[in-house]
Design a protein around this ligand. Structure first.
Ligand SMILES: *Cc1c(COP(=O)(O)O)cnc(C)c1O
Length: 387
């Protein structure tokens, strides 16, 4: 058998909507992109949504709207993808890398508090909900991440590239302050090939992001100041970016969005099966959730091999590959990457949990189209390798 790490399959109206766009005579941002934005607003119960060409663009727009500049300190986990950190570089701001919790691979309130206790001023928390499991946003003692950020005047940008649809205590990731960014990259929970969405309840942030999404062109301002609006006139009020989402992509995203909950159910059932089948393997630590398996979007299923003298993570990856099973690694932490390590003088000793996870982690296929026989094949292979 050959099982890829991820396999896309049209879930519903992808081809129909794609054809509609091609036949409409208009390929870039239009009705499909707007419909996708409306759908996100309704689903999350937020005031504003902007479709963009990637989650990286969304993160850049979000930080820019928060007026992040060379004097800003941005706290982010070392345990994340390149995009989370590079947007800080785009704005010449200062990334402050922190370790993550060993169980959730997320930043916890304690980790944030420890940074603040060192006297480091943080302006923005760039919060990754790793694998699709929400970080602890609120708790009974009012010491969740959002509580701490409000208390310390820190803005939050959620990197929710893995976390759609996911929730925290019954409320969807994306409905919390201040700004949330989603990814529709090829192997994310819903996809448009490339694409993303940024959502917020704040009108000022929305206006700024909308302006900068398309070249800094202010059509609205022009319309406001001209009594007889000339449709060909526009003004440029800042040097913006080219971050809009074409309708070609929005068509695919819209069809995926319609099936997002169904696709998630399929991933949950695979996660459930893996969790119960692998429970007996003592050498593995299983991924877990905040108590409720259905709040997790299960973008990733990443067990961690406990350190032992019998088998290494590389051995597992090689053996799975020999059996035709695709795997992935999430992530080689940023403090191990040349650019960040050298520029910021980062040392492995400062990130013990990430080092521990990195030594043993591997990600197994968990895409909605993964057939039951394929799941069984993967389960048998992992059991055989580790028994
Ligand atoms: C995929 C990913 C991104 C970037 O998403 P794109 O849509 O590819 O730009 C950002 N952060 C994390 C954690 C990701 O996994």
């Amino acid at each position: 058998m050959k099982i890829p790490y991820f396999r896309f399959k049209p879930a519903g109206n992808e081809l129909k909507y794609f054809k509609e766009v091609l036949e409409s005579g208009w390929l870039t941002s239009s009705s499909k992109a707007i419909k996708l934005e409306e759908s996100f607003k309704e689903k999350l119960g937020v005031a504003y949504a902007l479709s963009v060409n990637s989650c990286t663009s969304a993160l850049h727009l979000a930080l820019e709207a928060l007026e992040v500049n060379k004097d800003s300190n941005i706290l982010l986990p070392t345990w994340t993808f390149a995009a989370t950190a590079e947007v800080v570089e785009y704005l010449n701001a200062n990334p402050i890398f922190c370790d993550v919790d060993i169980e959730s691979c997320n930043i916890t309130p304690k980790i944030l508090q420890d940074v603040l206790d060192k006297g480091i001023k943080i302006d923005v928390l760039l919060l990754v909900h790793f694998g699709g499991r929400s970080a602890i946003l609120h708790n009974e003692q009012k010491e969740g991440l959002i509580d701490l950020c409000i208390k310390n005047n820190i803005k939050i940008v959620h990197d929710a590239a893995h976390a759609f649809p996911a929730s925290f205590k019954g409320r969807m990731v994306g409905s919390f302050s201040d700004i949330t960014c989603f990814s529709f990259y090829a192997n994310k929970t819903i996809t448009s090939g490339e694409g993303g969405m940024v959502v917020t309840d704040d009108e000022e942030f929305f206006k700024r992001m909308k302006l900068m999404r398309l070249h800094g062109i202010d059509r609205d301002a022009w319309d406001r100041f001209t009594s007889v609006s000339n449709k060909n006139e526009y003004d440029i009020v800042d040097a913006g970016f080219k971050y809009n989402m074409p309708d070609i992509n929005a068509a695919i995203a819209l069809a995926q969005f319609e099936k997002a909950d169904e696709l998630k159910e399929k991933r949950i059932s695979i996660a459930q099966r893996y969790l119960s089948e692998f429970r007996s393997i003592e050498s593995l630590t299983m991924p877990s959730c905040n108590g409720d398996i259905s709040e997790h979007s299960w973008h990733l299923f990443n067990p961690v091999l406990k350190r032992n003298k019998f088998i290494s993570r590389e051995d597992i990856l090689n053996k799975l590959q020999e059996k035709g099973i695709g795997t992935s690694l999430h992530y080689k932490p940023l403090h191990r990457m040349t650019f960040y390590r050298e520029k910021y003088n980062l040392s492995k000793n400062d990130f013990p949990n990430s080092e521990e996870i990195w030594a043993g982690c591997f990600s197994l296929p968990i895409f909605p189209d993964l057939q039951e026989e394929e799941q069984s094949y993967i389960i048998d292979a992992v059991k055989e390798i580790l028994s």
